[in-house]
Design a protein around this ligand. Structure first.
Ligand SMILES: [Zn+2]
Length: 227
């Protein structure tokens, strides 16, 4: 990239990562560091419906009928949103695109304003380690303190260090089988997208198994390098 020119077009980043990879935390750090705005599909839809835009009205009708909002409507909502003043620094897309058809539609939308995807960042995890990490979590029912079977065991088994409560809560869907299924579903859904962005030369991968500041640093370097 030519260091003498400053790219003033809004950054367009896509953040990919399985549940538990810390995507939300990292997106917030990118928002703070670079003035970007995270756009999740759910938030986009809700905001458009609430604002009563043309696309928002269409989305509302479809959702009220119990149907899935079409790619065309999501793209129309995104087109409106990308024109807003608060996203002039750029956006982090979360949850869209999910398919290569959507990715192509997004490329088409960005091309209308001379934009492109700056980077599709994939938070990479080791599945076995993720299963241990997620399925080992539990929290104190008394004070909400978080514990872990492997990484943070209370001094007395089953008793909270902070408040002494013996009521420990574990999320039913955090068991190893369910976490494993979630990861498999994520990989199956994301593999085509990863291949798509790799083909476009904008795929960047980050090891998401490390410490949060370390991951944030790697992401920041990618964003700087992509501009
Ligand atoms: Zn407690």
């Amino acid at each position: 990239m030519d260091g003498a020119t400053v790219d003033t077009t809004p950054a367009v980043l896509i953040l990919l990562g399985p549940p538990g990879a810390g995507k939300g935390t990292q997106a917030r750090m990118l928002e703070e560091t670079f003035g970007l705005v995270q756009l999740s599909t759910g938030d986009l839809l809700r905001a458009a419906v609430a604002a009563g835009t043309e696309a928002g009205k269409q989305a509302k009708a479809v959702m009220e009928a119990g149907d899935l909002v079409s790619d065309e409507i999501v793209i129309a909502i995104l087109r409106d949103r990308l024109g807003d003043e608060d996203v002039s620094r750029g956006v982090i897309l979360d949850g869209f695109p999910r398919t290569t058809v959507q990715a192509e539609a997004l490329d088409g939308l960005l091309a209308e304003t001379g934009q492109k995807i700056d980077a599709a960042i994939s938070l990479e995890v080791e599945d076995d380690a993720m299963i241990i990490r997620i399925s080992g979590r539990y929290t104190c029912g008394g004070c909400g303190e978080g514990y872990h079977d492997t990484f943070k065991v209370p001094a007395t088994t089953g008793t909270c260090d902070k408040c002494g409560s013996t009521q420990m809560n574990r999320r039913a869907d955090d068991n190893p089988a369910t976490v494993s299924q979630r990861l498999e579903a994520y990989h199956a859904q994301t593999a085509p997208l990863i291949a798509y962005y790799e083909g476009k030369g904008v795929l960047r991968t980050v090891d998401a198994m490390g410490e949060i500041p370390e991951i944030a640093g790697a992401l920041a370097n990618i964003v700087r390098g992509a501009r």
